[in-house]
Design a protein around this ligand. Structure first.
Ligand code: UDX
Length: 429
C-alpha cells in the first residue's frame, strides 16, 4: 500500500519505518525542515533501539522517503496517517491545533478518495472534528474516510511494540476503509479490532490510564508495606501471578512520568468532565503519583537532614530505561527539587544526558556511572536502567563521604546492601 505519515516524532517515524519494513511504500512528512534534512541524510533525531538500522535498510530499499511537503504525501498515497503532537495545555486539556492544521492541509491537497487515519493520541470525539474540518476545507470536495487507529508503542521498545503489537484498533464510521486498513496491518499478525471512532479513541485513553492506575496502586501498596514492615516486591509477585492481575506494571518507584501517562491522564479527566463525568478515580491516581515523589524526597531529607552544600550523585535522568527522553521525567523533577534545597548534583544517564543539560544546567555530568559517587554525601537511583545493577558498589562506597544509597527504583537487594555496609533506603521494602 502507498502510505503517508505526517509527523516524524516517536510515533510517526517508528510507524512509518515499520510499515516500510513489512513492504508498504511510505512517505514521512514533517514541517520541520531541519529534521527532514537530517532524516534524508541518514540521521535519526531520536534514540530508539533498532530504529536507525531499520530506517537505513528501508531507505536503501526505496520503500521509505522523507519530505517537507504534505501535498506531495497526500497526492502520492492512498492512506494518510496523522501522527503530530497533541501537547497538554495548562488546564489539562489537549492542544489539538496541530491536528486541525494538518487536517486542513490534507483537505487542501486531496483530489481523489483518501483514508485519513488519526494515530496521535486524542480525546474522544476528535475524529468527528477532523472529518468536519476536512469536509469544510477540501476545495475538490472528494470523498474520504476518517479512521482512528491509536498507537500503543512504548518508548525504548517502540520497534518491537510496532512489529509485534498486542492488538490493532481500527475505528471507523463506514465499512469502506476497513479492507485497506486490514491490508496495512495483516503482515503484523495481530488481532484486529474494528469499532466506531469514539470507542477507538477511548480505548487509547482507557488503556494508558489503566496502566498508570496499576502503577499508582502498587505505589500506594508500597506505602502500606513500609508502614507494615512488608516487602512490596513480594506482594507484587504474589498478586501478579494471578493471571487476572498480571505482574507487569507493578514496579513501585518514584512514580510514572514521560510524555504519555501524565498527559493522557489529565486529558482523560478533562474530556470526561466535559462530557459530564467527574473521574475521581483517575484524580487519585495523579495524587498518589505526586505523593510518591514527596515521600521519596522526605526519605532523603530525613536521612541527610540539611541538603544545602551536600553533594548528591544521581543515577538516571530519562523518564525510564532505554530512552533518551527526559520529558516529564520523575528523575529530572527529583533533581530539580534537590537543587532547590541547595544540593550540588553529579548526574549520569546512559542516554539522557544531552537532553537533560538544558533542564539541569548546574549539574555536573559524569560520563562513567562508576565515577558518579566520587565525593558524594549520598547516591540516588532515579531511573530503572538495567545497567545500574552492575554499579561498582565497592568503588562507589570508597569515593563517598558516607555510603548512603536512596534507591528510587528498587534495583538492589536491601539485605545485600546492608551486608555491604550501606545505609540503603528503597521504596516499599
Ligand atoms: C506508555 C504506554 O506503556 C504505551 O502503551 C503508550 O503507547 C504510551 O505510554 P511510555 O510512556 O513509553 O509508554 O512508557 P512506559 O514504559 O509505559 O512507562 C511509563 C512510566 O511508568 C515510566 O516513567 C516508568 O518508569 C513508569 N513505570 C512503569 C513504573 O513506575 N512502574 C512500572 O511498573 C512500569
Amino acid at each position: 500500500m502507498k502510505l503517508t505519515i505526517i509527523g516524524t516524532g516517536y510515533v510517526g517515524l517508528v510507524s512509518g519505518t515499520c510499515f516500510a519494513e513489512v513492504g508498504h511504500q511510505v512517505i514521512c512528512v514533517d514541517s520541520d525542515a531541519a529534521k527532514v534534512k537530517l532524516l534524508q541524510a541518514g540521521g535519526i533525531p531520536i534514540y530508539e533501539p533498532g530504529l536507525e538500522e531499520l530506517v537505513r535498510k528501508n531507505v536503501a530499499a526505496g520503500r521509505l522517503s522523507f519530505t517537507h511537503s504534505t501535498a506531495e504525501g497526500v497526492e502520492k498515497s492512498d492512506v494518510i496517517f496523522i501522527a503530530v503532537p497533541t501537547p497538554p495545555q495548562p488546564d489539562g486539556s489537549v492542544d489539538l491545533s496541530y491536528i486541525e492544521r494538518v487536517a486542513r492541509d490534507i483537505a487542501g491537497a486531496m483530489t481523489s478518495y483518501k483514508i485519513v487515519v488519526d494515530k496521535s493520541t486524542v480525546p474522544v470525539k476528535t475524529g468527528e472534528k477532523v472529518a468536519e474540518t476536512i469536509q469544510r476545507y477540501c476545495p475538490a470536495k472528494v470523498e474520504f474516510d476518517v479512521v482512528s487507529n491509536p498507537e500503543f508503542l512504548r518508548e525504548g521498545f517502540a520497534v518491537g511494540d510496532l512489529m509485534k503489537p498486542d492488538r490493532v484498533v481500527i475505528g471507523t464510521r463506514s465499512p469502506r476503509p476497513v479492507a485497506a486498513m486490514r491490508e496495512i496491518y495483516t503482515p503484523f499478525q495481530a488481532p484486529i479490532i474494528v469499532t466506531d471512532i469514539n470507542s477507538a479513541e477511548l480505548i487509547k485513553h482507557a488503556a494508558n490510564s489503566f496502566l498508570a492506575l496499576k502503577i499508582s496502586y502498587i505505589n500506594a501498596i508500597a506505602t502500606v508495606c513500609e508502614a507494615a514492615g512488608a516487602n512490596v516486591q513480594e506482594v507484587a509477585q504474589g498478586i501478579g501471578l494471578d493471571e487476572r492481575i498480571g505482574r507487569r506494571f507493578l514496579n513501585a518507584g518514584i512514580g510514572f512520568g514521560g510524555s504519555c501517562f501524565p498527559k493522557d491522564l489529565s486529558a482523560f479527566i478533562k474530556i470526561a468532565e466535559q462530557i459530564g463525568y467527574d473521574f475521581k478515580l483517575l484524580k487519585e491516581v495523579q495524587h498518589i503519583n505526586a505523593d510518591q515523589m514527596e515521600r521519596f524526597l522526605k526519605k532523603i531529607t530525613d536521612t541527610l537532614w540539611v541538603l544545602k552544600d551536600k553533594t548528591i550523585g544521581v543515577l538516571g535522568l530519562a523518564f525510564k530505561q532505554n530512552t533518551d527522553d527526559v520529558r516529564s521525567s520523575p528523575a529530572i523533577a527529583l533533581c530539580q527539587r534537590l537543587i532547590q534545597e541547595g544540593a550540588t548534583l553529579r548526574v549520569h544517564d546512559p542516554k539522557g544526558m544531552d537532553k537533560a543539560r538544558a533542564l539541569l544546567p548546574t549539574a555536573t555530568y559524569v560520563e562513567d556511572m562508576n565515577a558518579v559517587a566520587e565525593g558524594c554525601d549520598a547516591l540516588v537511583v532515579a531511573t530503572e536502567w538495567e545497567e545500574f545493577k552492575q554499579l561498582d558498589l565497592a568503588r562507589a562506597k570508597k569515593g563517598m563521604t558516607h555510603p548512603i544509597l536512596f534507591d528510587g527504583r528498587n534495583l538492589f537487594d536491601p539485605a545485600e546492601m546492608v551486608r555491604l555496609g550501606w545505609i540503603y533506603k528503597s521504596v516499599g521494602r
